[in-house]
Every structure is written in structure tokens, then in C-alpha cells.
Ligand binder design. Structure first.
Ligand SMILES: *Cc1c(COP(=O)(O)O)cnc(C)c1O
Length: 355
């Protein structure tokens, strides 16, 4: 920190994103991106004609895209908010709904950005421990009397809770916002989106980064009651009115026209997830049942850090955290069948060398 930075950031620990190495070609299974490129329609949409208009600011309301998204999800445009990645959306939500007197709670093992935003905005927060086997007990959140953030399915565990459990949490915390981060919802879990018609304290967050192969485009969106959406708008127009750039908006429009392509990709990911889990089972790994495009797994013989480093030395990147409760676990993104075979071959060799 230079001597010019405000001392209010003295203790701030920034989020550490997964490695995005620019030096060599890794088999990249560390940040839950899609292994598949955007659909051909997206590549066609991000064209010279679109680039030619980059001298002009984009539509601050992203009206066309919001309209299309609202049609896809069966809601009204007033129920949709767009952000520069769901990370920006989360940032706006923490900023808008939480403060010194409006604390927030989330699971102790979940998306690492939640405590970072809480610290950034000086929001008191509680990390509620998951139960045995990384199971979230909804009872821990019912009638809590705080704002609540839950990733469903959860990252990095891959586990999901049913919509009925989420409804109970929303219903018993009517004076607080319940944010459900559905970054991985398209890989098999059930969305709680229909509940926004009934509960004005529910904020559903989704992203184009995972299932829709658009991590580099940066587009996240919220679905919620008109009230919560207009609160987020207020923060957006006080921060950056043009948070969705023209090329991303064009790519997103084409993405929504290519649902068949993305459904096929989902099937491949689900098949590769089952394939990889079965192969790891055979090697004696313990793997948490996943409804996402990653698996959370533990090797019986080799420690998490050691296995992570050995894989990296062999050109395979997975995610590992130096956090006591999960230090023996690795999060492995599901890639193509070829990528998973390379990963598995290296795991077998590393285990053999370990004896
Ligand atoms: C990947 C991820 C995000 C962030 O997604 P972006 O839209 O790329 O910012 C948010 N929440 C969870 C749980 C994630 O895994």
C-alpha cells in the first residue's frame, strides 16, 4: 500500500482469482470455464460491423438484451438487471443491501469473494459452518434475521439444496435479502427463479461465464422483484452507467439464440462428470456428488497441495485452497473427454510414483 491509499483499506485482503497463466499451455481445469468455444452464431455476431460502432457508448439500459433475457426466463424486463460479470453484480448487491447495521451470513465453505466484499464494504459477516460432508442445513438459515448469501449449487463443493429448502429460508427472513448465487444452475440443479413472483426479498444471480461459454465477455444477471432490481440500478448508475459493452451485448444476444448448441455442451459436461467421477472412484478418491461443471475430490494417498503441485508440474491446472477444512481437497473443472483423460492419466502416474 502506498502512503496515499486510504487507511480504511488497511486490512483488506483482495480476492485471489484462479491462475490464468499466459506463459504455457496448460490443461486448464481450475476456473470452471466451459471447455467449448461460444456458438458459431456468437462468433458471427461479434463482427466488424459491431466493432465499427465502438466509438459510440452502448445503450445504458441494455434494453434489447434485457427484453430477450426476460422472455427466455418468463419474467418482465423490470425483473432483470445486467452486470459486468456476476462478480460485479455481487459487489453491487453487498453494497446496496448490507452495511454496519445490516450484517450478512453465508456458508464457511463457499465462493471466496463473499467475505472479500463484506470486508471491502465493512459489513459484519457470519460464516455458518457446513455440516458433515459439506452438507448445508437449511435450518441454520431459517429465521436468521440477517441478509443471506448462498451459492446453489455451492462452490467449491458442487452440492445443491432443493428449492423447497430455499423457499423456507426466504419465507422465514422476510425483512432481509436472500441472495441465491446460481452460477452453476444450468448443469442439473433446480432454479428458485419462480419464487421471485411471490417473494420480494429474493435475489437470484446467474452468469454467462460457465454454461454459456462467455467468461471472457463478462456478463452476469440478476432476476428479482422490481424493487430489488431498481435498487441495483441505483447503485449501477452511481458507479458505471455503461457496464455492459457493445460486443458483450451482441455476443449474449446470439448466445440466447443458440440454446441447442449449449444444451449439447451441457450433456457432454454431465457425461464427462460421471466418467471422471467413476474413474476417480476406482482410484479410491472420495468425490462429492456434483450438480455443476466441476467436482470436489480428495485423494486417499496424496495430500491436496502435493497433488495440485504434481499436476501443475505436468501441465494440468486444478484448484486448491490452503484453508484448513478443505486443504486435502481439489476442485477439478470438467473439460472435454480428452482433457479428462489427460488429467486421469497423470493422476494414475502420480499415484504410482507415490507408491
Ligand atoms: C464463477 C462464479 C461467479 C462469478 O462469475 P462471473 O460472472 O464470471 O463474474 C460467481 N459466483 C460463483 C459461485 C461462481 O462460481
Amino acid at each position: 500500500m502506498s502512503r496515499y491509499m486510504s487507511p480504511r483499506f488497511d486490512g483488506l485482503e483482495a480476492y485471489i482469482p484462479g491462475e490464468q497463466p499466459q506463459d504455457m499451455q496448460y490443461v486448464k481445469l481450475n476456473t470452471n470455464e466451459s471447455p467449448f468455444p461460444p456458438s458459431p452464431a456468437v462468433l458471427a455476431a461479434v463482427n466488424a460491423a459491431e466493432a465499427e460502432q465502438l466509438n459510440r457508448y452502448p445503450d445504458p439500459e441494455s434494453g434489447t438484451l434485457r427484453k430477450k433475457l426476460s422472455a427466455v426466463y418468463g419474467v418482465r424486463s423490470e425483473n432483470v438487471f445486467l452486470a459486468n460479470g456476476s462478480d460485479e453484480l455481487l459487489s453491487f448487491a453487498f453494497f446496496a443491501f448490507c452495511d454496519e447495521n445490516r450484517p450478512v451470513a453465508f456458508p464457511n465453505i463457499s465462493y471466496g469473494f463473499y467475505p472479500v466484499y463484506a470486508n471491502l464494504y465493512r459489513i459484519p459477516y457470519t460464516e455458518i459452518p457446513l455440516r458433515e460432508g459439506f452438507v448445508l442445513d437449511p435450518a441454520d438459515y431459517c429465521g436468521l434475521g440477517k441478509n443471506i448469501v448462498i451459492a446453489n449449487p455451492n462452490a467449491p463443493t458442487g452440492r445443491a439444496i432443493p428449492v423447497s429448502a430455499i423457499e423456507e429460508i426466504i419465507r422465514t427472513n422476510p425483512d432481509h435479502v436472500v441472495l441465491i448465487d446460481e452460477a452453476y444452475i444450468d448443469f442439473g440443479a433446480e432454479s428458485c427463479l419462480p419464487l421471485i413472483q411471490q417473494y420480494d426479498n429474493l435475489l437470484v444471480c446467474q452468469t454467462f461465464s460457465k454454461f454459456r461459454s462467455l467468461a471472457g465477455g463478462r456478463l452476469g444477471f440478476a432476476l428479482a422483484s422490481e424493487g430489488l432490481i431498481s435498487d441495483l440500478e441505483r447503485i449501477k448508475y452511481s458507479t458505471n452507467s455503461y457496464n455492459i459493452n457493445r460486443l458483450t451485448a451482441a455476443a449474449a444476444m446470439a448466445t440466447l439464440d443458440s440454446s441447442e448448441y449449449y444444451m449439447e455442451n451441457r450433456q457432454k459436461i454431465q457425461a464427462n462428470r460421471a466418467y471422471t467421477t467413476a474413474a476417480l472412484d476406482e482410484l479410491g478418491f472420495e468425490t462429492i456428488p456434483s450438480l455443476t461443471n466441476f467436482i470436489f475430490t480428495r485423494c486417499p494417498k496424496v495430500e491436496g497441495e502435493t497433488l495440485y503441485q504434481a499436476l501443475k508440474a505436468r501441465g494440468v491446472l486444478v484448484r486448491h485452497w490452503n484453508k484448513a477444512e478443505i486443504s486435502n481437497w481439489l476442485r477439478v473443472t470438467i473439460g472435454t473427454r480428452e482433457q479428462m483423460d489427460i488429467f486421469l492419466d497423470h493422476v494414475r502416474e502420480i499415484l504410482k510414483e507415490a507408491g
